[in-house]
Design a protein around this ligand. Sequence first.
Ligand SMILES: Nc1ncnc2c1ncn2[C@@H]1O[C@H](COP(=O)(O)OP(=O)(O)OP(=O)(O)O)[C@@H](O)[C@H]1O
Length: 640
Amino acid sequence: MGKNIIIGSTSGSIHKSYEIGSQIGNGKFAQVHSGTNKSTGKKSAIKIMKKSIVEESAIIKEVEMMTEINHQNIIKLQEVYETDNEVLLVLELVTGGELFDKIVEREFYTEQDASTLICTVTKVIQYLHSKDIVHCDLKPENLLYSDNSDQAIIKLCDFGLSQRCGSGNPLRSLVGTLTYMAPEISSCTGYGKPVDLWSIGVISYILLCGFPPFDESTGYILEFPSPEWDNISDSAKSLIKGLLNNDPSKRFTIDQTLKHPWIAGTSCGKNSIVGTLKTLREFNTLRRTNGGNTTMGHNKQSRSTVFELFPSLTPIKSNDDKENLIEFENNDNIKINLNNENNNNVILENDNLDKLTTTTTTATTTSTTTTTTTTTIIDDSVNKTKIQLMNSLDFENDSSSSETYSSSSPIENGGGNDKFTSPELLSSLSIDLGCASDQLNDKEKIIEQLKNEKSLLQKELLEIKRQSPVPSPSSSFLNTHLQQQHLNNSNGGSTSINNGNGTIERQFRPIHMSKDSDSGSYENLLLGSSPLIKAHNNICHSRNSSFGYNSSSGGCSSSDESTGGSFKKDKSKYGVDRICLDLQSEFEKLSLPKETIDKLTNVLSNYKQKNQEKSLKIKLDKQKEKYKKLKAQLKKDKLK
Ligand SMILES: Nc1ncnc2c1ncn2[C@@H]1O[C@H](COP(=O)(O)OP(=O)(O)OP(=O)(O)O)[C@@H](O)[C@H]1O
């Protein structure tokens, strides 16, 4: 057996000491079985983690933190076993089941019950924060009841994604579970203890109405829809508003939360809220049937897509084929890789940032689409970023927009894949970044072709400009739209994060993505929310009914028709602009040097210009066609 990764762990098979029983839990990173100590007969839970799946550093971190923790409301770590392939944590066994499972069994339920629970959870988090540990994955699945008695207490488990926040540096790993994940995690601008308070806010919200606060129709806009919230006290709402504040520096702190009258139990509504139980049951069933929520964390897979991070970018399929990558590198150490097989992947790599890789796989069943995303920060201290973007060249080619094509251009309207082939972007990238690579033979040919095509187009362009002047593409177009996005975005502007140990500047660039049920592609709604709630999340509420879940589309349906309608118009009008706008805003989030941003902006505007030129060519072709017809008509008339 090789060297143990966990200091003090027992080497070799656990079977000598423990009888392993049935599986009692299953997470994204581990399986949990019951176990009985052969010599003492004591029962435990055995959490089995495969070294091939979970990052070693993450396992070490989890064990270290659990060893340090001693709290009655937190599952205790008893022993660690290790083999070449696995690490097995022997944990205190709890048998009362998960929080929501237990609650939905109740016949009577009041705000007071929810308040007592939230108070306990907040105190546990207070304890962890006092040790500079951020749990980062606070959710009902990780809140287990000790046993089935009336005196059962709640216990927090799963420190697999927990992180230390004592260094003064903001945390950056994209970890957590989407429904409960604070916006600052998904915006990748750095976060800290406030993320746990956000999760407490989400859990409180669900406990009071039975469904989660945010979905793709709401973005991160908090609402208390009728009728579910009609009987809930103002005090509860004020707590939730404080916890679900998008701005972490303004979000309630642990102390503020514990002092809040609703938590203190002095202002809770006393009425029964059994109606909530019914909704909660539905939510709970959906949660289970959909395989829970997407958890992101320390998975070992190295290549992936981050469409959550880059909402305009559509995942077609997970692609582990590195051979098809064409790689570019410029002086700023930015690498842009375009996958030329599917034309759907762009990898951005920059030496100035943390290394980040993610994995997305999309599995489509007849009724639902489930997206699993795993993100790994290989090492926070390694100053490298590797971000694989799904490029946005794959916008849907639905009938609504193709109608508009006829009046302008398929390219401008975000037409099908073949219109947005990577070579076009490739050429503009290579031209602008002065890229070089061993694998460029094919690419050079394409560029050569494109250059020829470009000069032809330029000639045609001049001709058509003479015939009917068309406004030339404005270099400030992107900025104009960016500004417009900021104006439209109620959360826009910059603010600061207080991570408990220092303050860092952040920019809110919330972008909202939804799953288009017709085309099966993701749309960036620019509605003012984070990218991250979307795509994966088949559980949501609408404003009219308790659930807006649409099982046939595998997504959430918004009751607000006007939103979708107006977006459709925007989409057809600003296809390419929107793509560029989104990419631009994602680039900016990466905190790259200004010159690099400028270069990327340049790349984008070239890309846009190219599309506009193509669109002009199409117009020209149409005019020629018209002219031909007129000429033919004229000839006919003359003959008559
Ligand atoms: N000590 C325990 N006693 C009983 N059941 C447990 C215990 N620990 C975990 N479980 C069950 O196993 C499930 C998975 O465990 P855990 O959350 O630790 O795994 P994970 O892979 O890290 O999960 P996730 O996907 O949420 O990150 C829990 O949701 C719970 O139902």
